[in-house]
Design a protein around this ligand. Structure first.
Ligand SMILES: NC(=O)c1ccc[n+]([C@@H]2O[C@H](COP(=O)([O-])OP(=O)(O)OC[C@H]3O[C@@H](n4cnc5c(N)ncnc54)[C@H](O)[C@@H]3O)[C@@H](O)[C@H]2O)c1
Length: 248
């Protein structure tokens, strides 16, 4: 229970990887704020955590809306005495060739994935700076490291998250704040079910471990960055991908 007494906000924790992260952090003792745009799935995550004896509550907001994000984070800071861990996990994608993208798709992908990340970081930083501590973990993607057909703008936002993380980590190190990225490969969530079956099969054949990641396996890496085991690590990107890509 090494996260006992810590408050963690996990965005997009209503399902998939975010839910697995919320459950994992709660199992390690954190009080988890399940941040999501979907009240029904968020409540399910909260119930799953409470059933195990953990502490959680839901907070409904859209990460793309900076005012809503600021209000939500302030509510947590006031109501729970602070935010120790922020997990920027909420994300969205529409898989299709770039030439078929509408500008609405560009806007939605950029606003949720990239601006959402910026919004949440900005909204917690004054508090973390004041307390000279904090852990921020953002979900990038291997698509952001090596590109991905059919996810062109999405991959751009995930690459942006990596360079944003590295730059912010440099600026925030003096305040004792650790900022890192986890970059999943294809993971078994609703997100991946959008990929056409044939494409998914060939994707899985290309993974050295020949299977998708389980959300819990991504959550393990997030937990590592949220815990004291990573106190001397900042500005890093950890791929969790069954060997699909290998960074030098
Ligand atoms: N599943 C994969 O294969 C995979 C691979 C690489 C990276 N990722 C990244 O991991 C993260 C989680 O992916 P997932 O597969 O669990 O996704 P998912 O689609 O299963 O879940 C996403 C969650 O985010 C929430 N959400 C969406 N828009 C939101 C908004 N504007 N504000 C607040 N919440 C919002 C949804 O309601 C949902 O609960 C994403 O950032 C995704 O890009 C996923």
């Amino acid at each position: 229970m090494d996260l006992q007494g810590k408050v963690a906000v996990v965005t997009g924790a209503g399902e998939g990887i975010g839910r697995a992260v919320a459950i994992k952090l709660a199992r390690h003792g954190a009080t988890v704020i399940v941040g999501d745009i979907n009240p029904i799935s968020s409540e399910e995550t909260v119930s799953l955590i409470k059933k195990e004896g953990g502490n959680a509550s839901k907070l409904i907001f859209d990460v793309a809306d900076f005012d809503a994000v600021k209000e939500a984070m302030q509510k947590v800071i006031t109501g729970y005495g602070g935010i120790d861990i922020l997990v920027n996990n909420a994300g969205w994608d529409q898989i299709e060739p770039f030439l078929e993208n509408t500008t609405d798709v560009w806007d939605k992908v950029i606003n949720i994935n990239y601006r959402g990340n910026i919004h949440c970081c900005r909204a917690v930083l004054d508090h973390m700076i004041e307390h000279k501590k904090g852990k921020i973990i953002s979900l990038s993607s291997d698509a952001g490291r090596v590109g991905s057909t059919g996810e062109t703008v999405y991959a751009g936002t995930k690459g942006a998250i990596i360079s944003f993380t590295k730059s912010l980590a440099r600026e925030m190190a003096r305040y004792g704040i650790n900022i890192n990225c986890v970059a999943p490969g294809p993971t078994d969530t609703a997100f991946v079910q959008k990929i056409p079956e044939k494409l998914l099969d060939s994707l899985i054949r290309g993974i050295p471990f020949k299977r998708l990641a389980k959300p819990e396996e991504i959550a393990d890496a997030v937990y590592f960055f949220a815990s004291s085991m990573s106190n001397y690590i900042t500005g890093q990107v950890l791929s969790v991908n069954g060997g699909l890509t290998m960074a030098d």
